[in-house]
Design a protein around this ligand. Structure first.
Ligand code: UDX
Length: 471
């Protein structure tokens, strides 16, 4: 029997969380731990199609993947109907997960489970079978802190609120009183009904997190220290080990026998954009991407397109095939837009984003403010324009502008003139100021990953705690 510590990892089956949990898996493999990665059959099939997950992880003899049904039909949109996915996981996947843990065919005894904290059922199952569990949250500490404060916000009648009072400051999220407005709370807080399933779900799942042995966060102390000290009053054992993608890059750089990090993409990457970027001047391009779940209407698409073309700046734009609500948008593009794009733009369905952000031609990122995207941008010192779509993104975008001063928040607007002006502001008028600030934050992100740095130390502590659990 192999007595190495054996960690079972269970991510939320969506692109962002799968991305960061695969990086965490690889970091644990590099520390010679065994890892079983449990993923839904649907996501596993997509990873097999578009990433090189099998080849990549064949470098690690202690790594295995187990897939599990999510209980939904193949053609279900999943991420688009998140609540249905969530409910199905709770009802259909939970008993299968328990069976997987109980049947003893995972190779060796499971030392601990590391599961997405939003999947509270994993905590129940872990308790039932007597295995310690760590929660991971793949959102910012600030957003998680807002979730933790939901009961207080409800009690103080801060939420739900109407559309008339969006600029009122929120007084019941300690540490964020000076800048968090109603409009910066997660979108579901705008619901008129306190029984809204999202409000109830996020409130309840946070209570679950406090039951875990520890909470692992993809962030770093220098970025979110003040909020983290509030969080520690509720969850004392927090491991901040981010930015995970860069943490892995740093560790791999010290292991020249291993191939460089690979893509975890659920879509086919179009690498021609790297050749296009190579031909652009230094720090001249704004990269535009709204992540893996956000969608927009035809009208919004047109506003962004005119805004980008009229700004006169070069742009690389990811338009995911399933992200535009209208079907025939490609056949009705006004001639001034196609010409402006031919001159200064490039559009792809999906890009190798980490590489794009690291490219010397890129000087700005127009983003939906997903947490992975923000961390990737921070690490590469790229200032941001935020156009949040939902959930954590509304909180993140406020932090980018008001707490970290790393860019501009464009939430609740979608107007070509505003987009044009905001792009000019970031890429021209205030370019030096933002680049300087982003460069400073990027340096502190790099420091936290080096020997003696906060994330470096916290990962060592996490590994040490897992090893001692196995004894
Ligand atoms: C959303 C949330 O906003 C996120 O914060 C939450 O934790 C989960 O749901 P998503 O839309 O997937 O996630 O955004 P994000 O967290 O930014 O993750 C997107 C990932 O896809 C990033 O790692 C990014 O590098 C990658 N990506 C995106 C690509 O590789 N290519 C692309 O073209 C676009």
């Amino acid at each position: 029997m192999d007595e190495k510590p054996h960690v079972l990892i269970f991510p939320l089956p969506l692109q962002g969380p799968v991305n960061s949990m695969l990086k965490l898996s690889e970091l644990l493999c590099l520390a010679h731990l065994r890892v079983t990665f449990v993923i839904t059959e649907h996501i596993y099939a997509r990873l097999q199609r578009h990433s090189n997950i099998q080849t990549r992880f064949s470098c690690y003899p202690g790594f295995q993947i187990r897939s599990i049904p999510d209980g939904l039909p193949e053609n279900h949109p999943r991420g688009d109907k998140f609540m249905e996915l969530f409910d199905s996981l709770k009802v259909n996947t939970k008993p299968l997960f328990k069976e997987m843990l109980s049947c003893g065919d995972l190779g060796s005894r499971i030392t601990c489970i590391i599961a997405d904290g939003i999947l509270g059922f994993t905590c129940d199952v872990a308790n039932e079978v007597g295995i310690p569990v760590f929660s991971v949250r793949t959102v910012s500490a600030a957003c998680l802190w807002v979730f933790f404060c939901l009961p207080k916000l409800i009690q103080a009648q801060d939420i739900p609120f109407t559309g008339d009072d969006l600029d009122i400051l929120v007084k019941n999220v300690p540490g964020m009183e000076s800048y968090l407005r109603h409009r910066d709370l997660p979108g579901f807080c705008r619901s008129s009904d306190i029984a809204d399933p999202y409000i109830q779900m996020y409130k309840m799942e946070c209570e679950e997190n406090a039951r875990a042995y520890g909470l692992i966060l993809n962030t770093f102390e220098e970025l979110e220290g003040p909020i983290l000290s509030h969080m520690r009053t509720v969850c004392p054992n927090i491991y901040t080990i981010g930015p995970l993608h860069a943490h892995l890059q740093t560790k791999l750089a010290a292991q020249p026998t291993l191939p460089p990090p690979f893509s975890n993409s659920l879509w086919e990457e179009d690498r021609t954009c790297m050749t296009w970027l190579d031909a652009q001047p230094l720090k001249s391009v704004i990269y535009v991407s709204f992540g893996s779940l956000a969608t927009m209407t035809n009208d919004q698409l047109m506003e962004f397109w005119y805004g980008l073309v009229n700004s006169g700046k070069r742009f690389l734009w990811v338009i995911r095939p399933d992200s535009i609500a209208g079907k025939d948008w490609e056949s009705n593009i006004p001639v001034e837009l196609s010409e402006g794009t031919k001159e200064r733009g490039y559009i792809v369905n999906w890009a190798p984003q980490e590489e794009v952000l690291a490219h010397q031609a890129v000087a700005g990122f127009l983003t939906h403010s997903g947490w992975n995207s923000i961390l990737e941008s921070i690490y590469e010192g790229v200032p941001m324009i935020c156009w949040p779509y939902f959930l954590d993104q509304q909180v993140n975008s406020r932090l980018v502008e008001a707490a970290w001063e790393l860019g501009l928040d464009m939430k609740d607007t979608c107007d070509r003139r505003i987009i044009e002006n905001t792009v000019r502001n970031l890429m021209e008028v205030r370019k030096e100021e933002f680049l300087e600030r982003a460069d400073w934050m990027a340096k502190s992100a790099k420091t936290c990953l080096s020997v003696g740095g906060s994330s470096y130390g916290n990962l060592e502590r996490l590994i040490g705690d897992i090893v001692s659990m196995s004894k």
